[in-house]
Ligand binder design. Structure first.
Ligand code: NAD
Length: 320
């Protein structure tokens, strides 16, 4: 019987990521305040339970997430090759800048904050806010130089609209972009990433899917103030959460299991700001691999969410 967290290969990178990944945006107080001590306890518990993948960005909490994560990882006192770290470039609290000069400087700043000599993956952060041609012709070539310099091992791109991935991947030589990070598109309420998986597989690109709880929509507590979903989508998710609670089920557990069930996704990145959430999300993954999920409850949630299925929100530069 499997009692450890499953490791899944990430495209052609040779990396094996824990199927549950630690999204460190909460360490930048993005989902409410968290003390450095609690943040460190979350990272320690995550690592102890088999999570080996940690994702951050200079944008989260205006560099706070990177600093807190770096300190917590160092405090683990384990060899560097026992954990995988991804960070991002191009998106900052001050705004977007995907120029070669900025992203080249950015990695040095990130490495200093993270107290690391290299990161495993450096991703261009939310590329729909930049010029995709600049990403192809300037940013990614700059990241390739960082790869040669040994500061990063792999190159990734992130964004909300799925079309940005195909735009870039169709225009760079094979093997240039190793990884994509998609978010809010493989959750119970929106599973549109599924259609893109065969294409990504054919390109040998690793897939990370973030926000299985749709950035808080699929939780009992509900989303943060800043959540961009429509009132209709928020209400439907709230109704689904209330239904689960009434039935003695946990919407977050079922949602995690839904997202984890597709093995073409290497890691499901979830943001966690308490040891309890870390334990619950790991337990959800282990339960899925041993006993399976509660198909009936999941079908009931899907039914409640049917009117808003695959509803998303506008982001980035609006292109016609
Ligand atoms: P998420 O869907 O993982 O939801 C996080 C929220 O759910 C937080 O409020 C958290 O406290 C809560 N939560 C977690 N586990 C819970 C549980 N068991 N029960 C109840 N509530 C629980 O959204 P996210 O944090 O935005 O996404 C995860 C990570 O993915 C981020 O931290 C970040 O690393 C990454 N991400 C990247 C991008 C990008 O690159 N553009 C976008 C979104 C997310």
């Amino acid at each position: 019987m499997t009692t450890t967290l499953e490791l899944r290969p990430l495209g052609n990178t040779g990396l094996k990521l824990s199927c549950v990944g630690f999204g460190a945006s909460p360490l930048g107080n993005v989902f409410g305040p968290i003390s450095e001590q609690d943040a460190s306890a979350c990272v320690r518990e995550a690592f102890r339970l088999g999570i080996n993948f940690f994702d951050t960005s200079p944008y989260y909490g205006g560099t706070l997430s990177e600093k807190v994560l770096g300190k917590a990882l160092k405090a683990l006192g384990v060899p560097r090759n026992e954990y995988i770290v991804s960070t991002k470039c191009g998106r900052y609290i001050e705004g977007f800048d995907f120029s070669a000069e900025r992203v080249t400087r950015s990695i040095d700043e990130s490495l200093e904050r993270l107290q690391l000599n290299y990161v495993d993956i450096l991703q261009c952060h939310d590329i729909e806010f930049g010029s995709l041609d600049q990403i192809v012709n300037e940013t990614i070539p700059a990241l390739q130089k960082l790869k040669e310099a040994g500061k990063i091992r792999f190159i990734g791109i992130t964004g909300l609209p799925l079309g940005v991935f195909t735009y870039v991947l169709d225009r760079v030589p094979p093997g240039t972009v190793d990884v994509i990070l998609s978010y809010c598109h493989y959750s119970v309420n929106d599973s549109t990433l599924e259609d893109l998986l065969p294409y990504l597989k054919s390109k040998g690109v690793g897939v990370i899917s973030a926000s299985p709880l749709s950035m808080g929509l699929l939780t009992e507590c509900g989303p943060p103030e800043w959540h961009p979903a429509s009132p209709e989508l928020k209400a439907a998710c709230q109704a689904a959460a209330a239904y689960c609670k009434e039935k003695g089920k946990n919407i977050s557990k079922l949602s995690m299991q839904y997202s984890l069930s597709n093995k073409d996704i290497s890691s499901v990145l979830v943001g966690m700001n308490s040891v309890r959430q870390v334990e619950e999300n790991v337990a959800a993954a282990i339960e899925l691999s041993t006993a399976g999920t509660d198909e009936i409850a999941l079908a009931e949630i899907e039914d409640i969410l049917k009117p808003v299925k695959n509803q998303t929100w506008p982001t980035g530069i609006q292109r016609s």
